[in-house]
Design a protein around this ligand. Structure first.
Ligand code: MOS
Length: 734
């Protein structure tokens, strides 16, 4: 039955990717394709006083310069600009809408030319005069203006009193800087103008139907007028959840000029879009003399724009993870003259758990307890915030397996006590946690009598392996070799899917495949049962399986009819079924994935260069659909964690409200030389509650906990506690 699910199946799209056959948004050809280049604002707040495009328009090959003054109509109601993941509060940004400047790097004109170089050159000739207004971009400077978001969290007990009376108390601010996603693929859209006036939009996005609905709203189009396609995504990590402004500009250009047009942002321009918001995470922990927690408080102060309230769950992890009778949590926002932040891999958790797990390490030091032991003393089999049991939680096993694989028992707890030549060696650990979400997804299966099936769904594959896991689940459910399954994804005309994010797509799409396959089996059984003398005459659906190209009695595979025979007898060439997954409302369980991360750093004592030499990540995430692509997901997350701990920071010059390192020369991300041994362990975690296959999802759990494990290892190596990320070597210098 499970020939493919659970096995290390290679990517079904791997060959297309390595041969270059896989096409990305900025690569689709079109007749007479035009190119657009974006002109950006160079002030953070104010208005455009004068915009002179006359010189740019004189350049040979330039067709038009679109601005707020000459653009085609755009929707005026906020609702039309709200995509499915837009913040509830606020008014989404509208490119080229009017003369207001809301953030530095805001697009203010689109130069359209016959080729990209011409457009880029002409963009330098657009003259802008501004009326500059006062502005603020510094979170720490504006900390006193932080205001609580949403209704306050319900406190447990009396955290203030418990902290005051604690045997050991630790309280500190942890500062996580702004970070940018920096996916390999640039933000790009190719808008193809069809002769009938319809548009096919090839867009780099995590959700084609989200972009489709958004464009129809913004441009007042009927669903049939626009089709959005995005077969491959070269990394997105959250940056493609909301429609990016270049998709609006490309559509605008195509409608204005009635021609096909491509808009690709430069690496520098990509910094003008969403990012992980800078946060100040204040965590306080109080412990009793036996090392159990008595109080937890966590207050997050985060950046958002002036025009939207972007807020993520930074503090909920501290709220649910460890046993503590007293607790208090708050999420506060500071509105600044910047663009709205957006989700970035494990939004909220990457930052919030980093602070919590550094604080736990500091508490362990103060209590003279082993960090794993402290976590076991506070271990909770129930979600502390909701007081609910988990569908499954094998975090205990993660600690045990991870510690064993790492060799944690050989750790000397004294800082600066372990060495390797002239390097100090540090061992640190942390817990990781993420949600196991499921969303409505529909899948269509078209089975032909030659035993081939096409499985289609509007879901994206953002590099996580959706094509592959959908093929695996379908092959098993239909009893066909995986070579006989073709998967079509990421076309807005295909069956319903939300954005691919939140680590929810594996569980959601797999479940949809199962329910659609059951419909197919029902029809095959109907046909097979009608064959004279059929071994399946009168058989119940529940007693049958599709296996080896046949429908068979589940307990006696010899009683079978081949799919080909059943369809031939019935005179049916093609069976096509579409079905929406449905998950029963289960309010009785909490659903989470967990991990235990162990990290080794080596720090050069003279130069303070930090290397992450080993990471062991033991992950409990239900059943792993594909141990090969799954391992890749976790490794990618660990590499992100190395970047977050040691390298990544978007630096702004607050005198100008402008990013100073908007490029990947100066914004550092890990390269191969920064990545050493990464050991991924999947802990067995049967889950009978979550869904039929027991799947939870892996996209984000891989990063959570890694930055803290590394920071804790740096402390263990050097005796220095750095609470301001990233931990660059200058912070270790005395
Ligand atoms: Mo993920 S940040 O939900 O793409």
């Amino acid at each position: 039955m499970n020939a493919y699910v659970g096995t290390p199946t290679s990517r079904v799209d791997g060959r297309a990717k390595v041969t270059g056959a896989a096409k990305y948004a900025g690569e689709f050809p079109a007749d007479g394709l035009l190119h657009g280049f974006v002109v950006e604002a160079s002030i953070p707040c104010g208005r455009i006083a004068r915009l002179d495009t006359s010189t740019a328009l004189q350049v040979e090959g330039v067709l038009d310069v679109l601005t707020h003054a000459n653009r085609p109509p755009l929707a005026d109601k906020d609702d039309s600009w709200k995509d499915e993941v837009a913040p509830e509060e606020g008014s989404p940004f509208r490119p080229l809408y009017d003369d207001t400047i809301k953030f530095n790097g805001q697009p203010i004109a689109l130069v359209v030319a016959e080729d990209w170089e011409t457009a880029k050159f002409a963009a330098t000739l657009v003259r802008v005069e501004y009326e500059q207004h006062g502005f603020a971009t510094d979170l720490e400077g504006e900390r006193s203006n932080a205001a609580e978001k949403d209704k306050p969290h319900k406190p447990r007990g009396d955290a203030v009193a418990a902290l005051a009376g604690a045997y050991v108390r630790h309280e500190a601010d942890y500062v996580i800087p702004t970070e940018h996603h920096n996916p390999m693929e640039l933000y790009a859209t190719t808008a193809v103008w069809d002769s009938n006036g319809k548009l096919t939009i090839y867009d780099k996005t995590q959700g084609v139907q989200n972009v489709h609905k958004f464009l129809c709203g913004v441009f007042d189009k009927k669903p049939d007028d626009i089709r959005v396609v995005s077969p491959y995504v070269g990394g997105a990590f959250g940056s493609g959840l909301r429609p990016q402004y270049q998709v609006v500009l490309a559509t605008l250009g195509a409608l204005a000029l009635k021609r096909s047009i491509r808009v690709v942002l430069t690496r520098q321009q990509m910094y003008g879009l969403g990012y992980r918001p800078m946060t100040i995470e204040r965590v306080a922990l109080g412990a009793k003399s036996d090392g159990t927690l008595d109080a937890v408080t966590h207050e997050a102060i985060a950046v958002t724009s002036r025009y939207e309230d972007f807020a993520r769950n930074d503090t909920g992890w501290a709220e649910q993870l460890y046993k503590s009778p007293n607790s208090r949590f708050a999420h506060k926002l500071v509105h600044l003259d910047v663009s709205t932040p957006c989700d970035m891999r494990a939004p909220g958790a990457a930052s919030g758990v980093c602070a919590l797990e550094c604080a736990m390490d500091e508490l362990a030091v103060a209590l003279k307890l082993d960090p794993v032991e402290l976590r076991l003393k506070c271990y909770s089999d129930r979600d502390q915030s909701e007081n609910l049991p988990y569908t499954s939680k094998q975090l205990r096993e993660c600690y045990a397996r991870g510690a064993d694989a790492f060799g944690w028992s050989r750790r000397n707890p004294v800082p600066r006590s372990m060495r390797d030549g002239k390097e100090l060696v540090g061992w640190g650990m942390a817990t990781g946690v993420w949600e196991a979400l499921q969303m409505p997804v529909a899948v269509r299966i078209a089975l032909t009598s030659n035993g081939h099936a096409e499985v289609s769904c509007a879901a994206s594959d953002i590099g996580t392996g959706t094509y592959t896991i959908v093929a695996q689940v379908a092959a098993d459910a239909l009893g066909l070799p995986i070579e006989n399954i073709s998967v079509r994804l990421a076309d807005s005309t295909l069956p319903q899917a939300p954005v691919e994010g939140g680590s929810w797509m594996a569980a959601s799409s797999a479940h949809a495949v199962l329910v659609a396959a059951e419909e197919v089996r029902k029809e095959v059984l109907g046909l097979a049962g009608k064959i004279p003398g059929s071994p399946l005459a009168g058989a119940e659906l529940v007693d049958t399986v599709l296996t080896d190209g046949s429908i068979a009695n589940a307990s006696d595979n010899s009683r079978a009819v081949s799919i080909a025979d059943a369809m031939r007898h019935g005179g049916v060439e093609r069976i096509e079924k579409e079905k929406l997954n449905q998950f029963g409302e289960d309010k009785k369980h909490a659903r989470n994935t967990h991990s235990a991360v162990f990290a080794e750093v080596k720090v050069d004592e003279e130069l303070d260069v930090i290397r992450v030499t080993r990471v062991v990540s033991a992950v409990a995430a239900g059943r792993i659909l594909n141990t090969k692509t799954g391992r890749s997901q976790i490794m990618g997350g660990v590499v992100w964690g190395i970047g977050m701990a040691l390298q990544e920071e978007t630096v702004m010059d607050h005198r100008f409200g402008r990013i100073m390192n908007a490029n990947i020369a100066e914004y550092h991300i890990p390269v191969n030389a920064d990545v050493h041994d990464i050991d991924v362990i999947f802990v067995d975690e049967p889950d009978a509650h979550i869904n039929a296959l027991g799947i939870k999802g892996l996209g984000e759990i891989g990063i959570v906990g890694v930055p803290a494990a590394i920071a804790n290892a740096v402390y263990h190596a050097t005796g220095k506690r750095i609470r301001r990320f990233p931990i660059t070597l200058d912070k270790l210098l005395d």
